[in-house]
Design a protein around this ligand. Structure first.
Ligand code: ADP
Ligand code: ADP
Length: 221
């Protein structure tokens, strides 16, 4: 069965709004796939559908060949950041991750590994109430990586990042793909992902309106 994510013909209505109108694309191992389109195009809805959080009227979303809800241990397949982590302001970021790790049966050592990966090792013992949005994004990414998943899905991870954070994020996404992971990263700004992604899925009004290697799309523009 196909590793990565395969989305085929998703259709979803919210009342009068057609949020997804035949969304189809694939996300392959070892590749950063940029998921780009204006606000309201259907990126977040697609990600929620992939994670089994939203039902669809038609279509399928498969993770390593199975619907999310059929995976025996989904966090061993896919880690995701949908919104910047909502944190208890009086607890530390490390504390938050320790709780998540415990729930997944992972050792505290793994928490310190992922904190180092996202560059939060030195600040993770501070109270989360003082974290910037960029720090909360990094913490959310650390949480997504706890189970060492082969698929990583990040919704607008550049939001709230300062220029240093953006540079870091680009390198970080490259390293995830270099490790063989399938990476799906959404943005409403082409400029955020075009230099980082190998493959672009451009979204408009609920469907992929372009889907190709980055060199191919940039040459065509
Ligand atoms: P994007 O992530 O690309 O900004 P979304 O997936 O959030 O787009 O939204 C796609 C469309 O679905 C938009 O028209 C949005 O207003 C609508 N939508 C998303 N979530 C809901 C919801 N829970 N209820 C009603 N409409 C929604
Ligand atoms: P085009 O129409 O631009 O030629 P294709 O869909 O035929 O695009 O794909 C071009 C190349 O990109 C092929 O080698 C294909 O295997 C690869 N490819 C297609 N979709 C993806 C994806 N989601 N991730 C990585 N590579 C992809």
């Amino acid at each position: 069965s196909a590793r990565g994510i395969v989305v085929a013909g998703l259709r979803k209505r919210y009342g009068a709004t057609l949020a997804l109108d035949g969304m189809s694309f694939t996300v392959r191992p070892g590749v950063v796939t940029g998921f780009v389109g204006p606000n309201g195009a259907g990126k977040s809805t697609t990600m929620r559908v992939i994670l089994g959080l939203d039902a669809v009227d038609e279509g399928t979303a498969l993770i390593d060949g199975m619907p999310y809800r059929s995976l025996r241990s989904p966090l061993d397949h896919v880690g995701s950041l949908l919104d910047a982590a909502a944190l208890h302001p009086g607890r530390s970021g490390r504390n938050h991750l320790l709780w998540l790790a415990h729930a997944q049966g992972l050792p505290a050592r793994r928490v310190d590994q992922v904190l180092k990966l996202v560059g939060l090792a030195s600040v993770a013992r501070r109270k989360a109430g003082g974290y910037s949005l960029g720090m909360r994004q990094r913490l959310g990414i650390a949480a997504a990586l706890l189970g060492d998943p082969p698929i990583v899905m990040l919704d607008e991870p550049f939001n709230g990042m300062d220029p240093d954070g953006i540079v870091w994020m680009r390198g970080f996404l490259r390293s995830l793909a270099a490790q063989g992971r399938a990476v799906l990263v959404s943005s409403h700004l082409m400029s955020e992902v075009q230099d980082t992604a190998d493959h672009l899925v451009v979204v408009g009004r609920g469907k992929a309106i372009a889907d190709a290697g980055v060199a191919h799309l940039i040459a065509a523009a």
